[in-house]
Ligand binder design. Structure first.
Ligand SMILES: Cc1cc2nc3c(=O)[nH]c(=O)nc-3n(C[C@H](O)[C@H](O)[C@H](O)COP(=O)(O)OP(=O)(O)OC[C@H]3O[C@@H](n4cnc5c(N)ncnc54)[C@H](O)[C@@H]3O)c2cc1C
Length: 409
């Protein structure tokens, strides 16, 4: 009998956990499964702010995909998806190669939403992928180095747009990175400025009052200037223009104002809503029986008609179910409906503090920071078991985040 061909687009949280689930559930030779990803590494997206600030090593935040797929049931193909022909059931890659499928899973993740604000697309840094955040790290180092020559204060002014979850996590890493950079370049820390710009009237909208109060106090104590109720109208690459008439001279603006589904989704010919692919209870794309979608690329409406948020937590849970559903669909069995179980949300503010809620318990400070590390460790455990967890923990211990003059050249 002809084997079914399953093709998975994207090797992020959704694509990898689905692949791992398929490895466990599929019998040998039951299906041909191909995972396609832009790069041969998987990046831990929830830790990208650390890559941006240079407070975690690259080897800590990236994992080689082929070595995670060890059971010989999944083929990995490195490639960038550019198009999809739904009628012929073919995926097109940038290289010109085509891959045909019987069943398709789209899990291509998120893109940054710049809301059309002039200059953001061109000049602001985005926390979108490993490469885009690595560019932030390199840029910061360059600013320190150039400051030694021209003493331009705007080089040492680091602005983060957005005081939500990601913005606050980015700010926390930035203020922890400053002392080390200042030491290396022999610049007083007082010369650096970190500014957080948030359009609404509070940091961390949606978080509990205690969390907001703790985060605001902690961030300000670490010399961060917080500008709430401030909308960015334009960024020129040198000047941030705000709606209250204020102008800030800054050669660094990190944009974390919002996310949407991957822009490539719009070209794939599947129904799109609010930048994401609308899926049914079984995670099938509306109107299709052989195309699934999950994670940030998907729009899953809860009973109350509100969408599930674009989080790793959602992507992981959906992937675990989607793996089962892909097996059911090729075996002609009944599919399962997705049910989301929210386990909590914890935002880090650097390495030593965090705020959030785990279950019904509100947490702040160093205990919350510890819980955040447990949450991150749990992902590695789900992905690769205790071996992967230990391997990654050992890596992070071995190479403490540091900047030395030699590795800056
Ligand atoms: C700084 C930061 C902190 C976060 N913290 C948390 C947190 O604490 N908790 C939480 O639950 N969530 C958090 N999130 C959100 C979480 O990271 C995302 O929800 C999660 O990554 C979504 O998983 P995904 O599989 O849908 O997409 P992704 O993880 O984005 O994976 C998409 C994959 O598709 C690949 N890809 C994209 N386009 C193409 C293409 N054209 N061709 C081939 N491959 C392609 C990408 O390279 C990537 O490997 C955070 C996000 C950020 C940025």
């Amino acid at each position: 009998m002809k084997k079914s061909k399953i093709v998975i687009l994207g090797g992020g949280y959704g694509g990898l956990i689905t692949s791992r689930t398929l490895e466990k559930l599929l019998k040998q030779d039951e299906a041909e499964v191909t995972l396609i990803n832009k790069h041969d590494y998987h990046y831990i997206a929830t830790q990208l702010h650390k890559t941006g600030a240079g407070t975690a090593t690259d080897e800590r935040n990236t994992l080689n995909i082929p070595s995670l797929l060890s059971k010989g049931k999944i083929d990995f193909k490195r490639g960038t998806v550019t198009d999809l022909n739904i009628n012929q059931q073919v995926v097109m890659l940038e290289s010109g190669e085509t891959v045909d499928y019987d069943y398709l899973l789209i899990t291509l993740g998120f893109d940054v939403d710049t809301f059309g604000i002039p200059g953001i697309e061109e000049f602001a840094f985005k926390i979108r992928s490993f490469r885009s955040t690595k560019a932030i790290q390199n840029h910061i180092i360059k600013q320190f180095s150039s400051y030694q020559e021209d003493k331009d204060p705007s080089r040492l002014t680091f602005a983060v747009a957005g005081g939500g979850f990601t913005g606050v996590e980015m700010i926390g890493e930035l203020f922890e990175a400053m002392p080390n950079l200042c030491r290396v370049y022999n610049i007083p820390v007082e010369k650096t400025r970190i500014i957080n710009i948030e359009a609404s009237n509070t940091l961390l909208p949606g978080f509990a009052e205690e969390a907001i109060a703790f985060a605001s106090k902690y961030i300000k104590k670490n010399r961060v200037e917080v500008l709430t109720s401030s909308k960015i109208l334009e960024y020129t690459g040198d000047i941030i223009k705000l709606d209250n008439g204020k102008e800030i001279e800054a050669k660094t603006l990190v944009w974390s104002g919002g996310v949407r589904g991957n822009k490539i989704l719009e070209t794939l010919g599947v129904p799109i809503q609010k930048g994401r692919v609308r899926v049914d209870r079984e995670l099938k794309v509306h109107g299709f029986t052989n195309i699934f979608c999950l994670g940030d690329a998907s729009l899953f409406l809860k009973e109350d008609n509100t969408p599930l948020p674009p989080t790793a937590q959602v992507a992981i849970q959906q992937a675990q179910l989607c793996g089962k559903n892909l097996v059911s669909v090729i075996r002609g069995e009944k599919l399962h409906a997705f049910e989301y179980h929210h386990k909590g949300t914890v935002a880090s503010i650097g390495n030593r503090a965090a705020v959030g809620k785990v279950g019904d318990i509100k947490v702040t400070g160093s205990f919350a920071a510890l819980l955040k590390q447990v949450i991150e460790a749990r992902y590695l455990l789900v992905l690769g078991g205790p071996r992967l967890l230990l391997k990654q923990l050992f890596k992070s211990k071995k190479t403490q985040p540091k900047v030395s003059l030699s590795n800056l050249k």
